[in-house]
Design a protein around this ligand. Structure first.
Ligand SMILES: Cc1ncc(COP(=O)(O)O)c(C=O)c1O
Length: 472
């Protein structure tokens, strides 16, 4: 038998173990007690000659991997920018896998395609973006940026009479790429994949928090008449700030350019009546990228590319073959907006999270995370010798330890304190470089993080800093 009762038992065990893990991680955040080497050694060995049953392998996987899991879904996890992989989204994702729905086209999965179509319409409504936009569901903001930039490249060259999709870039008229000095590294990957070159860009100066300076953009636009792709961002990875879109979009469009915005997490500020003003004018952008697995709290992986010029989006991504029949041209074709052919039906989990939280719930979550970030920043700033580099206007901020010492000593003390916080394992924060100096980064992007958890976190930071000072 290709499958048997033990495989079904493995499925049921996986559901039970998942629930057990999630209850545990919510109540007792802990840290991976086993490291990569130990976990690797447990799983390594010769290729198994014979298979094992589905129940045994799930037991083996859980036993071998559990203590090397990082509690990303825990309530005091502030590393990188990670959502909560909400239980409702996870459950929908289980069904997606169990149903085995390949969302390459409508004939392959009427349900996958239809639910995805509803999810993308809801997305546009929740973020109050132009209804005529086309949306592709991809693996995350990295690929969403790539797709938006591919549409930009094709459209700007098409306007000059060049068909890049057919003829490639050899001999094409020149394009320029202008990008803020504090952009996320993933947009550079997109430029690399597209033959636009990650170093062949004009850098636009930013303010002390990372917002593009319109005067610098205006000057760079005027310096050359080649059409420009301008890459802005909603939500800088360290400071959370966004570019002044209402000012920069008209500058870009007046010169015949295309504005792409990386809004991996920041775009969700649009869902909040309180914070949407931070993104004023973003609706004028030609393309945008955002994640579901950050502020929408879907499980991995889920990202969205939003393009205001559907034909440009389709020209860049659509693919056809005689065996991929399309008998429903009146409907949205899910494969027309993404680079993959076979892919999981991500629309189910995206739909599930919007259905679970609703418009009001998403707005409340964004508001609450911003409030918690501000509360955390205030509490940490009140600790003597600790400096909060930016009071968060959204959900991201940075901290330095050793205020009043030399910059080098501040770097050293910051590293030691972050190491201590990670060892104490009450909360997780990481580090980054900001303006050449080491900072502790704090990202609040989980529906599970509350003021109560923020207070526990402030106490943990205070204790770690005290321990470092005692040794110094
Ligand atoms: C601003 C920004 N852009 C892009 C990305 C890449 O997103 P993903 O990891 O989902 O591909 C991130 C991830 O943290 C981000 O914060």
């Amino acid at each position: 038998m290709y499958s048997d009762e033990q495989d079904f038992a493995g499925m049921e065990l996986a559901a039970r173990l998942s629930a057990e893990y999630r209850r545990e991680v919510a109540n007792a955040p802990s840290y991976p007690t086993a490291g990569y080497g130990e976990i690797h050694a447990r799983f390594d060995g010769p290729v198994p000659e014979e298979g094992t049953d589905g129940l045994t392998l799930i037991e083996e996987l859980d036993r071998g991997a559990r203590d090397g899991l990082r509690p990303i879904v825990g309530p005091r996890f502030y590393g990188w920018v990670n959502g909560h992989s909400h239980l409702a989204g996870v459950a929908a994702d289980w069904l997606t896998s169990a149903w085995g729905q390949n969302c390459a086209g409508i004939p392959m999965t009427p349900s996958g395609a239809a639910v995805e179509a509803v999810a993308v319409r809801w997305l546009l409504e929740l973020l109050d973006l132009p209804a005529e936009s086309s949306v592709g569901l991809v693996s995350g903001a990295t690929i969403a940026n790539f797709v938006g930039l591919a549409a930009a490249r094709g459209e700007l060259l098409r306007r000059q009479g060049w068909n890049v999709e057919d003829d490639g870039l050899y001999g094409a008229p020149p394009l320029r790429v202008l990008i803020g000095a504090d952009a996320h590294n993933t947009v550079f990957s997109g430029l690399r994949y597209l033959g636009l070159g990650e170093k062949r860009v004009t850098t636009i100066a930013t303010d002390d928090m990372g917002r593009m300076l319109p005067a610098s953009l205006e000057k760079a636009m005027a310096a050359d008449s080649a059409p420009a792709i301008v890459i802005g961002q909603a939500g800088q990875i360290n400071t959370g700030v966004s570019d002044p879109f209402a000012v920069i979009a008209p500058i870009v469009h007046a010169a015949g350019g295309w504005l792409h915005v990386d809004g991996a997490f920041g775009l969700w500020a649009r869902a909040s009546a309180k914070h949407r003003h931070l993104l004023d004018g973003i609706e004028q952008a030609d393309s945008m990228a955002t994640d579901g697995h950050k502020w929408l709290q879907t499980p991995y992986d889920c990202g969205f590319t939003i393009v205001r010029h559907e034909q440009a989006h389709r020209r860049a991504m659509d693919m056809t073959a005689s065996y991929l029949t399309r008998d429903n041209e009146q409907y949205r074709h899910p494969g027309a907006y993404v680079p993959e052919l076979s892919r999981r039906s991500r629309g189910f989990a995206a739909w599930a999270m919007m259905r679970r939280l609703g418009r009001a719930g998403i707005a409340r979550m964004v508001d609450e995370d911003v409030r918690v970030a501000q509360h955390l920043a205030q509490g940490i700033a009140a600790i003597p010798g600790v400096e909060v580099v930016n009071q968060p206007e959204l959900n991201q901020f940075m901290v330095r330890f050793g205020a009043g010492t030399t910059p080098e000593e501040g770097d050293r003390l910051t590293q030691l304190t972050v190491d201590q916080i990670q060892r104490d394992a009450v909360a997780y924060m990481g580090t980054a470089l900001w303006r050449g100096r080491l900072v502790m980064r704090v990202s609040v992007c989980s529906i599970a993080t509350t003021t109560e958890h923020a207070d526990i976190t402030i106490a943990a930071v205070r204790a770690a800093w005290k321990a470092v000072q005692a040794l110094a």
